[in-house]
Design a protein around this ligand. Structure first.
Ligand code: NCD
Ligand code: ZN
Ligand code: ZN
Length: 439
């Protein structure tokens, strides 16, 4: 057999900070085995799973159920624990139990988990800041959204554009600003999930300039789709935050180049085809699968010279590894690093087909899209999990938690007065309050 290497590149496997593998809780939508198979076939070697499962990952018992489910994973994984009003007292316990990080749903979305109050955010950030642990935030203002949505529903507006109008970008500006103010005050590390809008980039740029340790992800759907696609796709395209107008696409690319946005994640959010195609847009579940299609979609744009392959590696592997304390062990091809590798064929093309996805949610807005640049083989810690484009089924269960190799760098010392320690610590243990030192 002829060995051909033209067009082949060795990339560090992608690290996807944002997937919903739905396990435990929603077996018709996804499970760890199907979700991680999709990751393996998408060149993704590490995923971070979101806590809006059932039960939500906010107690040790729920965490144990998720860890059990994750034993069938093809790829390595981190687990985001739930950050909410009633879990703030359990953050340390959850960390000891094995979560790598936390997720705060500041904005209503699938699973209907209540948003943490601002008071709980402040308390939790004060606890996590000295530990250097990063919190993912879904940052949208729910009160604006809920009222908008009610008005549109009352007016009988069942179309896709009404859904978009219910979530104006000011929802992001307000919630991101609020979260970043608390992050700066406490010195906590935060991560903005699925950043969708050009209008809110200025808040992030300013926070980074001020030295706030905030990392930011965007997703292929915000870079490549826009309201021009909503007529064609309807409820399939319904997700939180919404696909926005075309004017947002290029500024998100520019922000990636500038470093205001650090990385690509997918927000892999599987639902069944039935749940995505109901008559009214308001009855369609939000989100769609993405972990298997991210790499081909992005490599296609690299082939179109929108960025270089090195830029892509920074966004897919290097920066997420740094954000989650894995850099050195993962996110890089180097001596001493895990052999987490995606071998990609930049010359091979094809048409994405939802019927061939490994996710149980075989309904995708990318169906029928032509790509060029695909992963051919995926290795996790030296073992093939996809070979010649085929899932290596015996590799189910090879995935491990990344907790063992996670090393968050020490946080910068802060001088912020300590609300939580002042209120909750024993009198003799409470540090003296000092004024906030401006940077
Ligand atoms: C996500 C889901 O389905 O879990 N849905 C979505 O539209 N993005 C939840 C989320 O990330 O907000
Ligand atoms: Zn979200
Ligand atoms: Zn999500």
């Amino acid at each position: 057999e002829e060995l051909r290497a033209d067009g082949l590149y060795l990339l560090p496997g992608a690290i996807d900070s944002h997937v919903h593998f739905r396990d435990p809780g929603y077996p018709r939508k996804e499970n760890w085995k199907s979700g991680s198979a999709a990751a393996a076939c998408g060149g993704v070697t590490t995923v971070f799973d979101m806590p809006n499962t059932n039960p939500p990952t906010g107690t040790l018992e729920a965490l144990r159920l998720k860890q059990k489910a994750a034993e069938s994973s093809y790829v390595d994984y981190g687990i985001h624990g739930l950050f909410g009003d009633d879990t703030v007292d359990r953050l340390e316990e959850l960390l000891e139990g094995g979560v790598t990080s936390f997720k705060a749903f500041v904005g209503n979305t699938f699973g209907n988990l209540p948003a943490p109050s601002d008071g709980a955010l402040l308390e939790g950030f004060e606890k996590l800041a000295p530990l250097g642990i990063r919190t993912v935030v879904h940052a949208e203002n729910s009160s604006i959204m809920a009222r908008r949505q009610q008005r549109l529903q009352d007016a009988g507006r069942n179309d896709a554009l009404a859904h978009l109008a219910s979530r104006p970008a000011v929802c992001e500006i307000e919630a991101i600003g609020r979260v970043l103010a608390l992050a700066e005050w406490t010195g906590a590390r935060v991560h903005i999930a699925h950043h969708s809008a050009a209008d809110s980039l200025f808040v992030l740029r300013e926070a980074k300039r001020r030295g706030v340790d905030v990392t930011v992800e965007t997703c292929p759907q915000y870079l490549l789709l826009n309201t021009g696609d909503t007529g064609r796709l309807g409820g399939i395209l319904r997700l939180n935050p919404p696909i926005r107008e075309a004017r947002h696409n290029q500024p998100l690319w520019d922000a990636l180049m500038e470093g205001v946005i650090d990385m690509i994640a997918t927000d892999h959010a599987p639902h069944t085809p039935e749940e995505k195609t109901r008559d009214s847009i308001w009855d369609c579940d939000c989100g769609f699968p993405g972990v298997e299609t991210q790499m081909p979609l992005m490599l296609t744009e690299i082939n179109r010279e929108r960025a270089t392959l090195m830029d892509y590696v920074r966004w897919s592997s290097v920066n997420p590894a740094k954000a989650w304390g894995l850099y050195g062990a993962k996110g890089v091809i180097a001596p001493g690093a895990h052999a987490d590798i995606a071998v990609v064929d930049m010359a091979r093309g094809g048409v994405l087909s939802q019927g061939r996805l490994h996710s149980l949610s075989r309904i995708s807005p990318w169906h029928g899209r032509t790509v060029r640049g695909v992963p051919l083989h995926t290795l996790v810690r030296g073992r093939f999990v996809m070979r010649d484009g085929n899932l290596v089924e015996e590799a189910a269960g090879w995935g491990r938690s990344v907790k063992a190799v996670q090393r968050m760098p020490a946080p910068r010392p802060r001088n912020a007065d300590s609300y939580t320690s002042a209120v909750l610590a024993t009198p003799e243990g409470a540090p003296p309050a000092r004024p906030l030192e401006m940077m």
